[in-house]
Design a protein around this ligand. Structure first.
Ligand code: IMP
Length: 229
């Protein structure tokens, strides 16, 4: 009997709509049925992101949700690092203004922090503020690798314009303030979804994760085929 490729459920350990949309697009084409954590758990856990690194926080989120759902789980921890701010907002990107802040409030806090260092356009500085987005993806499959997380990272280099003025209506988070290297001076919020996914920290991390995920999915496929044969 011939069977279609086995589909597996993959839970995304995030409630951030911007991330969910991007991760869903990046996973399209793989034999996975992607579910947000809120679809699988009536009360998604609040994971305290107290790690010093993106990797520690991503692993914690993936392990917590996989422990509750027993499903293959993918978590993303990401953020913006600005050189002149010594890498801030970094792991605190989602709560740079305060815990629970909106994207607009975090963007305003970023502009304020850059104004405070006194190097913006009005101060005669010439070069934009070098910055990068960083993303760590953690994949946990309870039946692979003893349930230990598989970690990959990706970065997206760029800068914050000296004008400190946002541009663009797409994306989420700090996208309107981040000019991507090599994309004609456009901010991430001025790129289409496909363009952003092709150059983003998240897209690059996913490209690194794909072979490991494919391997897990192929092993599941093989197991089911053995049973059905
Ligand atoms: P996390 O949920 O702790 O990983 O926080 C991620 C935060 O980093 C988001 O709330 C955004 O503020 C920021 N961030 C991460 N990725 C992006 C992106 O692709 N565009 C814009 N902001 C991002």
């Amino acid at each position: 009997m011939s069977i279609a490729r086995v589909r597996s459920e993959l839970v995304l350990a995030s409630t951030n709509r911007g991330k969910l949309k991007e991760l869903q697009a990046l996973l399209a084409g793989l034999p996975v049925d992607v579910r947000g954590v809120h679809e699988v758990l009536a009360k998604p856990p609040h994971v305290v992101e107290d790690g010093d690194t993106f990797a520690a926080n991503a692993a914690k989120k993936a392990l917590t949700v996989a422990g509750l759902t027993h499903c293959m789980t993918l978590a993303d921890d990401s953020g913006l690092e600005v050189d002149v701010l010594d890498g801030r907002p970094g792991v605190r990107s989602a709560r740079f203004a305060y815990e629970g802040a909106t994207d607009a409030e975090n963007n305003a806090a970023l502009v304020k922090a850059l104004e405070a260092v006194g190097h913006h356009a009005a101060e005669g500085r010439e070069k934009p503020f070098a910055a990068r987005f960083r993303c760590v993806l953690a994949l946990v499959d309870p039946f692979t690798n003893g349930g230990e997380p598989f970690l990959v990272d990706g970065t997206c280099e760029g800068s914050i314009p000296l004008t400190l003025s946002p541009r663009g209506a797409f994306g989420f988070g700090y996208d309107p303030l981040f000019v991507v290297d090599g994309m004609g001076g456009r901010t991430l919020a001025e790129l289409s979804d496909d363009e952003k996914n092709a150059v983003s920290h998240r897209g690059r991390a996913m490209a690194r994760l794909a072979p490991a995920l494919e391997k897990i999915l192929a092993a599941r496929d093989e197991t089911v085929r053995r049973i059905v044969r």
